[in-house]
Design a protein around this ligand. Structure first.
Ligand code: C5P
Length: 232
């Protein structure tokens, strides 16, 4: 099932809840570092209580034992989707999955690995960071490691989704940020695509922040994007 996730990149609880109050239905949202570091776990519980589907995007990356503890702690928040950086390697991902199982009471959240950030381009990957090869090859390599470690999918750009599905199967979930409407500024993102292209490329989820949150009419922007992406 395709789904549009709204990135709640707001500074605080007041701004976040004022934004969510505009919607009269449960939507899928992403809580990232900015909001979580400011407001802590209570903002996650509050948004869950309001009936929204929650992707907790904290991109955990540390030594295996610490990642395990982090996922064990986060499991108690009972979110729907959670993530870590594939760069942490297989042992870290496996340890985090153990922590998630230990800490979860009910159904496990969908555990997703971040491959290559959508703010990277080929030059950043090869020259700045010093990782050779194409972005797509790196993303597939990291996604393969994620699958082998027991994760259920990855965060990747729209342009890697099709290949990842070909190599790792249709059920391996692709979550794709870097979404812009045709006329919009790309801002700090590099590998951007429209919701229509995300649909054609077979992405399972798209993550949309500023194209919705900075819009004059966020509810309309959300529905326009949802329709363009989820339309079969
Ligand atoms: O405003 P914009 O649509 O660019 O926001 C994209 C969101 O997706 C941000 O919250 C960002 O942290 C997140 N994200 C990303 N690239 C990744 C993983 C997450 O842009 N690889």
């Amino acid at each position: 099932m395709k789904r549009t996730i709204v990135a709640l990149d707001f500074q605080d609880k007041e701004k976040t809840l004022a934004f969510l109050d505009k919607f009269d239905e449960g939507i899928a949202v992403k809580i990232g570092m900015e909001l979580f570091y400011k407001e802590g776990p209570e903002i996650v519980r509050e948004i869950k209580r309001r009936g929204h589907y929650v992707f907790l995007d904290l991109k955990v990356c540390d030594i295996p034992n610490t990642a395990k503890g982090a996922f064990r702690s986060l499991a108690s928040l009972d979110v729907d989707m959670i993530n870590l950086h594939c760069y942490g390697g297989k042992k870290m991902m496996e340890a985090a999955m153990e922590g998630l199982k230990e800490g979860s009471k009910g159904e496990l959240p969908l555990a997703i690995g971040v491959t290559i950030l959508t703010s990277f381009d080929q030059d950043v990957l090869n020259t700045e960071i010093g990782i050779p090869g194409s972005i797509q090859d790196s993303a597939i390599r990291l996604a393969t490691l994620a699958k082998e470690s027991g994760l259920k999918g990855v965060v990747c750009s729209v342009f890697e989704a099709k290949k990842i599905h070909e190599v790792l199967g249709k059920d391996f979930v692709t979550v794709c940020p870097g979404i812009r409407m045709k006329s919009q500024d790309v801002q700090d993102q590099k590998r951007v695509a429209t919701p229509e292209v995300a649909n054609e490329e077979g992405c399972d989820f798209i993550v949309v922040g500023r194209a919705i949150t900075a819009s004059e009419d966020p509810v309309k922007a959300y529905h326009d994007i949802e329709e363009a992406f989820e339309n079969d």
